[in-house]
Ligand binder design. Sequence first.
Ligand SMILES: Nc1nc2c(ncn2[C@@H]2O[C@H](COP(=O)(O)OP(=O)(O)OP(=O)(O)O)[C@@H](O)[C@H]2O)c(=O)[nH]1
Ligand SMILES: [Mg+2]
Length: 283
Amino acid sequence: MKSGFVVLAGRSNVGKSTLLNALVGSKIAIVTPKPQTTRTPIRGIMHDDRGQIVFVDTPGVFLGKKDPLSTKLNRAVKESMEGIDCIVYVVDPTRSPGAEEEQIQKILKAAKKPVLLAINKSDLTKQNTKNLELFRAIDVGQEATFNISAYKHTNLNKLVDALFDILPKGEKFYPDMQITDLGHQQWIEEVIREKVFLALEQELPYSVKVTVEDIKFRKTGGRFIEATIWTTNDRYKRMIIGQGASMIKEIGSAARKELEAALDTQIHLELEVKVDANWQAKL
Ligand SMILES: Nc1nc2c(ncn2[C@@H]2O[C@H](COP(=O)(O)OP(=O)(O)OP(=O)(O)O)[C@@H](O)[C@H]2O)c(=O)[nH]1
Ligand SMILES: [Mg+2]
């Protein structure tokens, strides 16, 4: 038996969470086209005949802003490198490398762990583009480089084979049925936050956090969930609610559908929007 912890690291939007979900075979982490989607490291557990791999999805390294949220997210990436066995460095050749890649490479070198480079989104970059060459030239002392598509599951088996070669012999960390450390309530909050990110434009998503206030199991079956969408000012609050409450209805309906499908039960979801100007600073 082999076992160990593998961190998925890279800049925002490269597909780390998509890769986590693909490797574990279940949607654990939320995925959106917007940067800074992942806010806390989330573990996804892969069970295999050869052993167990605990993947740690991390927030993307993002240098665009110096706000308390970004500072916290960048710090979380560094902290995730402690006590792990290997790093999968995920890059996205649909964008050119920039200062963020340099920042990540510094973190990787300081971590002094084995690295595998995963050049993602190969479904979009099959032709040899200029960016692809730049990413292929990356040298962080990696053990190997893989062209993958997290979206289409391309070459993920090769990546996993290489991980099992690197990981030490060891016992399981989690029981066979467990695929994540994400708690039920936190998962519901994340599903709602994903729908907020998908519905709202530009900067607005980063002003938002979601908290579940109450989950009641109904005698007749189904669940009643009360949740709050927090934002930083009244103007944002009005935008999240939308004209005639159209936006909040859209968010609620999308979240409810996903929760119902995943839990296979009827959900009544009650959403309220509240303002807390300082929630990011309190993190
Ligand atoms: N075409 C294609 N799109 C992908 C692939 N992997 C991820 N994406 C898309 O890229 C976007 C970002 O994906 P995420 O998985 O949220 O990226 P992330 O690295 O976790 O982003 P942060 O959490 O913000 O750091 C989403 O729109 C995904 O659907 C891939 O292999 N191919
Ligand atoms: Mg993510």
